[in-house]
Design a protein around this ligand. Structure first.
Ligand code: C5P
Length: 455
């Protein structure tokens, strides 16, 4: 097993089209979404979507003596939910914090603590336990344990497993801030890194001892992200990717606005997948209810104009520093915004005979097309959310926006959902991807981008 690594330009007029804003959104409860596919495509689904990075992986989780040992119990659960199987090995000190029974029940496997455990047939637990594992993860890793591993000491099962391993070792330090900052610990950490050990964290914040500083173990969910990164092929290593996602919100007055049904799930999944594939991702996002993707530079905006300004500022900044390799417009940008935004809440005028209210709208700038027209345009990818004749509209949109790659999906069928069906349109034609979760499709797209971006 070998893991992977172990703003301002002229604004064009834009034809009103999808994604749906409240002006053109399909009714929510009448006709069902059109069935897939809407039109014949050049090929059928001919790609396999990659499994989640931790699916089917077997890991040894080493737990050492520290208060954060209780979080290792959650880590076991989270790793299993991510598809991994976990063999827990504890040091004697760790058992003072959490009992073996807890880890046994959670992992569904016996927990090993001693070097002379007779439950392994040949009596060599220190060798056998890591042989069918793809990595050893130590979480929490105490200062004492890290010192032992640095110097090759092996006076218990876990330290011996680390010395006798032929798999990658990842450690998540957890200790008091002064223990972490101590020159001895820092020397050890530098040596471990030099020896190829992956050091995950630590985090900074409130500590069990009441002090505040660096030394907290990364949260289990973050460790799962880091481990997922570790096992993802680095098709986009070092690439700089700028993305938009989510809906935009166009204010009518201080309490009302126009938006659309985009949840942001596809864009956030793609941001995460690109980061896991090694890219440095900046995500310009409209308002969503989603947690910020881990490890991604996050720039929240509201309106299409703010989104355009932010994107252009990023590109301008990159022009004088390190250029951006790819721009991906996943956002469902509102096509129109109110011509004027009322400074106070618009009141119903009592006593007026008419019930109707007319709102004057003006078109929003097309962010994607504006980026694609720049002389320094990066590789541009657009998304098209259509409600009918997807192939035709996506093909026309790719040409109109002037982008090399356009990803099409059915807006009404996918907005807010966890699953999606995508087509890819480029200069060669159309390609249909298998239906799948947005995260699986995003992982495939990230690897595909790696094949398309110039080296
Ligand atoms: O024209 P339509 O909204 O269907 O185009 C969809 C694609 O264009 C998406 O990639 C979307 O992010 C982008 N777009 C944009 N600015 C707009 C409208 C759409 O960047 N004003």
């Amino acid at each position: 097993m070998t893991p992977a690594h172990a703003p301002d330009l002229p604004v064009p007029a834009q034809a009103p089209c999808s994604p749906p804003s409240p002006m053109n959104a399909p009714p929510l409860t009448t006709d069902p979404a059109p069935s897939w596919p809407l039109a014949p495509t050049a090929d059928t689904a001919d790609v396999a979507l990659p499994p989640p990075p931790l699916a089917g992986r077997h890991l040894v989780l080493g737990v050492t003596g520290g208060v954060a040992a209780y979080k290792a119990a959650q880590l076991v659960r989270d790793l299993q939910r991510a598809g991994a199987s976990v063999q827990v090995v504890m040091t004697g000190a760790a058992t003072h914090f959490v009992g073996t029974a807890t880890f046994q029940a959670l992992s569904g496997r016996p927990v090993f603590t001693g070097a002379f455990d007779t439950r392994i047939d040949d009596g060599m637990a220190h060798i056998e336990l890591s042989r069918n594992a793809e990595a050893i993860v130590i979480a929490p890793a105490s200062a004492d344990f890290l010192a032992k591993v640095t110097h090759g000491l092996c006076d218990d099962l876990l330290s011996t497993l680390c010395l006798a391993r032929d798999v990658p070792l990842l450690v998540a330090p957890a200790m008091n801030r002064q223990m972490w900052q101590n020159a001895a610990t820092q020397r050890n950490i530098n040596q471990l890194r030099a020896d190829g050990v992956q050091v995950l964290g630590p985090d900074a914040g409130e500590q069990a001892c009441g002090e505040v500083g660096a030394g907290r173990m990364l949260e289990p969910a973050v460790l799962v992200e880091e481990l997922s990164d570790f096992f993802t092929p680095k098709a986009l290593q070092g690439k700089r990717i700028l993305m938009t996602a989510g809906p935009t919100y166009e204010a009518i007055d201080p309490v009302r606005g126009i938006t659309n049904l985009s949840s942001g799930k596809m864009g956030y999944a793609l941001a995460q997948a690109c980061r896991q594939a090694g890219a440095l991702v900046t995500l310009v996002s409209g308002p969503t209810a989603l947690p910020r993707p881990y490890g991604v530079r996050f720039l929240p905006v509201q309106s299409a104009q703010q989104m355009l300004d932010t994107v252009m500022a990023e590109l301008d900044m990159a022009a004088s520093t390190i250029s951006i390799d790819c721009f991906i417009g996943v956002a469902a940008v509102a096509d129109w915004r109110p011509l004027q935004v009322a400074s106070q809440k618009i009141k119903k005028e009592r006593g007026l005979a008419q019930d109707d209210m007319t709102l004057a709208l003006t078109q929003n700038p097309d962010i994607l097309a504006s980026v694609a027209r720049r002389p320094d345009a990066p590789y541009c990818v657009g998304f098209a959310a259509e409600s009918e004749d997807l192939v035709h509209h996506a093909t026309e949109k790719r040409a109109r926006k002037g982008v090399p790659l356009l990803v099409g999906n059915l807006g009404p069928a996918t907005f807010g959902q966890d699953d999606n069906t995508l087509i890819l349109v480029d200069e060669h034609g159309t390609r249909t991807l298998p239906a799948g979760s947005k995260t699986a499709l995003a992982r495939w797209l990230a690897q595909e981008l790696g094949r398309r971006l110039p080296a």
